[in-house]
Design a protein around this ligand. Structure first.
Ligand code: NAI
Length: 357
């Protein structure tokens, strides 16, 4: 991390009766209430869950700042026992969100789909990602399709910069993780003629990508060893460690997963090898942009002069240009894209703090 400030609030709670344990991390509310999804995952222990919540919530501060939405960064993680959550457990979690009194608004993330989010909404108003179909607007709801589209735009722009063409016909893309975002990204890539190699722990998802997109399926470890033009990590974070950064045979990395790099050294190692890394929090912001419009409408705070779906589309389309500026500055200064993106985001956040002081 290049320059940082502490989390504003970190809450770890357990409820023995329902069996609910969760961490809620509010990194910053400098730009507005903290917004970020709720992840439900089987963690080895509480420490791992806490670490994930801290990293993910910081990432949301950076993502929201660069995306230009009036929200700070927060994230919650629920420690799963591998079973579906009960209504009682979700009600307890919702009550903890109520205690934060709007300082943090949650939405979908890995392990928490629309069904769980709808259950939470019965017990708290500090939840979004439910959609505005009632208002006939294509905003909010499941953020994954918007995230996938934003990642596609970022990947396309990264190819233009590093491969010298935004025509993806014949470009070899390796996609890791074929969940809600990864599969939708494959559809965009397939439609533009990219050649896909895919992997997922779930073989049914791999079979779907083979059938629908003519993809080649490989084992997760093999994916990182095979030469491709682009690697699109769309599973979980931490997929690029030092060894992978030194060896991965690709020219571009652009994907949806949060916290793809284990640390900043990975960014420098990739930079030294001229591998263009599109910072995750820059290109995967499509979903939170869409959910932001939904929250603003929900809270009666939507004041832009354009329609909300136009507001969302403009910001998602802006991902290409934001990435270009980051790459240009990184090139000029001889530093990594990750460093430039973090610095730009933190400048927006601290600038706002100074204005408020
Ligand atoms: P998901 O849960 O729908 O899909 C994840 C997929 O990755 C699953 O199919 C899973 O089997 C697979 N997977 C997990 N570990 C793997 C491994 N080691 N190797 C291969 N496959 C593996 O999640 P979703 O919503 O598609 O999100 C994907 C990533 O993008 C996550 O890191 C998430 O935090 C991030 N993200 C998602 C957003 C969204 O709108 N859904 C927004 C921004 C980031």
């Amino acid at each position: 991390m290049y320059r940082d400030f502490d989390h504003e609030a970190v809450i770890t709670r357990s409820d023995r009766l329902s069996g609910m344990t969760a961490v809620v991390a509010v990194h910053s509310t400098a730009l507005g209430p903290a917004a970020g999804g709720c992840r439900r995952w089987v963690y080895p222990d509480r420490g791992a869950a806490l670490e994930d919540a801290l990293k993910l919530s910081r990432g949301m501060t950076l993502k929201n700042a660069l995306a230009g939405v009036p929200f700070g960064g927060g994230k919650s993680v629920i420690l799963s026992d591998g079973q579906a959550p009960t209504e009682r457990q979700l009600a307890v979690f919702a009550e903890w969100l109520n205690e934060l009194d709007g300082q943090y608004v949650t939405a979908e993330d890995v392990g928490m789909g629309l069904a769980q989010i709808r259950t939470l909404a019965r017990y708290t108003s500090h939840v979004s990602g439910l959609g505005r179909e009632d208002a006939g607007l294509d905003i909010g709801g499941d953020p994954s399709p918007k995230t996938a589209y934003g990642v596609f735009l970022g990947l396309e722009r990264a190819c233009q910069i590093r491969l010298g063409t935004s025509d993806l016909r014949g470009v070899r893309v390796a996609v890791m993780g074929l969940g809600a975002v990864g599969m939708a990204l494959c559809a965009h890539l397939h439609n533009t003629g990219a050649l896909l190699t895919v992997t997922d722990l779930d073989q049914k998802r791999v079979a779907m990508a083979i059938e629908n997109f003519g993809a080649t399926g490989v084992a997760p470890d093999e994916l990182l060893l095979r030469p491709h033009d682009v690697f699109a990590p769309c599973a979980l974070g931490g997929v690029i460690d030092h060894e992978t950064a030194k060896t991965i045979p690709v020219r571009v990395i652009a994907g949806a997963a949060n916290n793809q790099l284990v640390d900043d050294v990975c960014a420098d190692l990739l930079n030294e090898r001229n591998v263009l890394y599109a910072p995750d929090f820059v290109v995967n912001a499509g979903g939170v942009i869409s959910v932001s419009a939904e929250i603003l409408m929900q809270q009666g705070r939507y004041e832009a002069s354009v329609a909300p779906d136009v507001w969302v589309q403009t910001r998602i389309d802006g991902i290409s240009e934001r990435l270009t500026k980051i790459v240009q500055e990184a090139h000029k200064r001889g530093v990594s894209t990750a460093r430039v993106a973090e610095e730009q985001a933190l400048r927006i956040v601290t600038g706002n703090c100074q204005q408020a002081a």
